[in-house]
Every structure is written in structure tokens, then in C-alpha cells.
Ligand binder design. Sequence first.
Ligand code: PHE
Length: 340
Amino acid sequence: MLEKLDSIGNQALKEISAVNALDSIEDIRIRILGKKGALSEVLKGLGALAPEERPKMGAAANEWKRKIEESLAARKAELEQARLDAELQEQRIDPTLPSRLLYRGALHPITQATRRIIQVFGRLGFDVVTGPEVETEFLNFDAVNIPKDHPARDMQDTFFMGPGVVLRTHTSAVQMRALRSKAWPVRILCPGAVYRCDNDATHSPMFHQIEGLWVDRGVKMSDLKGVLEFFAREIFGADTKIRFRPSYFPFVEPGAEVDVSCFQCSGGSPSCRVCKGSGWLEILGAGMVHPKLFELAGYDPSQVTGFAFGLGVERVAMLLHRIPDLRLMFQGDVRFLNQF
Ligand code: PHE
């Protein structure tokens, strides 16, 4: 029996030192030391031995068991270390390599311009209000004194959503909502998307406006000028001048188109690309709120006056960033957007 034990033990130690796969370690343990393993099978014969032989045999078996376990553990540790070394070798990292390029999102130039403009007027006490983009024909046109036969209502310019419902063609549609829902004084700014049936390098069927409205006792045209001058200087630079050109909008009287002096050439260069040599850039429409609007809103026109203006956000953004084509704004091309 002793011989048998020795042969099993020696055989096991040989196998263990030769094994190269971690998984095989456990196989060997089960095969030799398991309940039905080779060693256990031999020990089953212990009962047939003379009683004085048994302890000797038992001790020898235990000694083999200990040796085999020790050898298994040592080989296992060796193999694990080898695997770790191999892994480290394979996945070697080079901390001196440059990191991967990170792409950071940025605000759209329209959003940036809108926020900047709101911030400037905010300093003069203007609150931001919004209105729906799907608007009633009444609030978009009738309520701002645009008569039924006005060409702006033509199918060419206006997207009709259904009878009496349009996509608002200007943020002036919010004026009557604001006047009706508040008592004066009213000093609001209404940014938002507007829609017109138009599409070329300088017109998009959807674009953005910011409407300003200031209604109070004694608001004068000179207040309008002062407010717009402040705005122009804050946005386009401290030397910017503004000029009013008489114009017509049904909801104001008098009405004006407002230009700012060209920030590129300061009005000095006939070959200026930004203002095309005129020295001026048209940026908004404005005027004194028509008394008819006050009547419609239930205000007494002998008590209050006010001014309104509407500016195109794309126009401002294009001027600030020298963007040549309006359509670039809406194509979502990151190569374009990343520049801002
Ligand atoms: N609503 C006008 C437009 O879209 C702009 C404007 C607003 C003009 C307020 C005067 C006063 O063209």
C-alpha cells in the first residue's frame, strides 16, 4: 500500500509541475484528492490492514495529501502570476500618449445672440415673456391693426394652419397678449421663432425675432431712441451710432426702420463688404404703439403711450460673426457650429 501511495504521490507531483493551465489545477486536485480521487481509493483499503499498520499508513497518506496540496497551491500561484504578467505586458499603457480629442457642445449662434440681447435689455428692466408659435389670425394680424386686405396675409407670406390659425409671422403677435394680460406699465421682451413663406440666402421660412414693448405714462419717441442706442452700443461697440428712417408698420405711428452704423468700416469705406459701402446696417423696425392697439387692449390712449420694436436675431448674429449665408444656421453642421 505504501508503494501505491508513493507512486500516486510522485505521479501527482510530476503532473502538477508540468501543468500549464490554471483550470487544470482544479482537475488534478479532484482527480487525486477528491472524494473519489486516487488517494481516497487507496485509503479505502485501510480497513483490510492489520490494526498496527493503519496509523502508519494513515500518516503516510496525510503526508502525501499535504505535499500535494502544497504543490497545487504553489503551482497555482505561479500560474496566476504568469497570467497577470502576460496581461500587463499585453495591455501596457503609455501615459505619455496624447488624450483623445474631446468634443464639447456649444450654444447655437442664435441662442448666443438671443441671450446677449436679452441681457442688454434686461439691464434696462425688460422682462422676458413668450407666446405661442401657432397663433390666431386675430392676434397675429387684426389685433396689431393689420387689415383684412393687407398683402402680408397673402398665402405667399403666411403659413395657414387652418381657418383663423396661422404660424405667427412676427413676434408682434405677442403684443396684444401682453397688453391684455397685464396692467401698465408694461416693459417686456419677447424672443421666439416666427414663420414666413420665404427661402433664400437671406430669408428662411423660420427665423427668430425679439420684440420689445414699453408702455407707460409719458413714454416718448426719444425714449425709444435712447433704449435702441444703448442696445446698439452694447452689442456692436461703443462707437456705434443709430439712425431712424421713416417707415410704415400698421401697428405703430410713427414708424421707423432703424440702422446702426457699420461696425466694420464705421461708415468710412465704399468697398466695405459688411455694409456694401452704405455705412449703415438695417437691424430692426420700431415705432410708437398705435392708439388702436391700446383701444383694443382696453387701455385709455390718452393715459398711456408706448413704443415697440422688432429685431431679427439671425441678422444680428450674421453681422456679429460675419456669417455670409443664413441657411448655414439651420443645417446643423458641426463644422460650422463649432466656430462659435
Ligand atoms: N413686426 C415687425 C416685422 O416683423 C417689426 C416691428 C415690430 C416693427 C414692432 C415695428 C414695431 O417686420
